[in-house]
Ligand binder design. Sequence first.
Ligand code: SF4
Length: 261
Amino acid sequence: MSDGQAATQTRVFAAPTDDELAVCVAGAVAKLEGSDPVATLRWAVERFAPRLAVACSFGPEDLVLVDLIARHQLPIDIFTLDTGVFFPETLALWREVEARYGVRVRAVRAAQSIDEQAAAHGPELWRRAPDRCCQLRKVAPLASALEGLAAWITGIRRQQTPDRAAAGVVERDRRPGLVKVNPLVHWSHDDIWAHLYLHDVPTNPLHQQGYPSIGCAPCTSPIALGEDPRNGRWRGLAKTECGLHVDAAIPAIPATGEDGP
Ligand code: SF4
């Protein structure tokens, strides 16, 4: 190992103070609100790389971000929360995106496999305790993926849900010391799909089969004509978010056997 490599590996980043973060976010919002997403991505790279990553769930918005990052050769780590219950179409799209853009979409996984989770908490936890399932398979892995980062990038848009209506182009994450960057926050559904068509970006074929919003296979169903696009997620339940982008109370993780069948 060269001295340069050793220096890189032992580089220490000073954590910003609360005041510094507040100034950083306020300045970014003033500068970037309504701006081209590439400008926002470049700002994030200049400020935060290499402690910067984008969470990709292979939805239309995330694919726009991956397309922009790859075509503009931006040094941004890309990861996906692989819950172990993706649709086969989503798994195929993952490989297609990597091949098309020559990027690696890093898998971040839960501590337990689906089988291990079933042994600990009973089968199909998503049917009985979806908040707990999301906590185990999405929220906790995301927390581990974000450790050590200064900022993360998401594809959320204000028009998607009432919970997201007040999202900023740059905002403080609820996790201390972390910034959240939302380059597409002001884009419409049509803006997203126009970009995907214009740049021939690969998308999930399930979108053409009545699935406008695609998550884990057990919790995603097609919608009828005229239904809200998010109605296909956790159908029949009050749940509307997986907990990645809201300040919802995080349910306790059940002890082994607590959720037995
Ligand atoms: S979306 Fe469903 S299967 Fe996926 S982590 Fe949440 S509850 Fe579990």
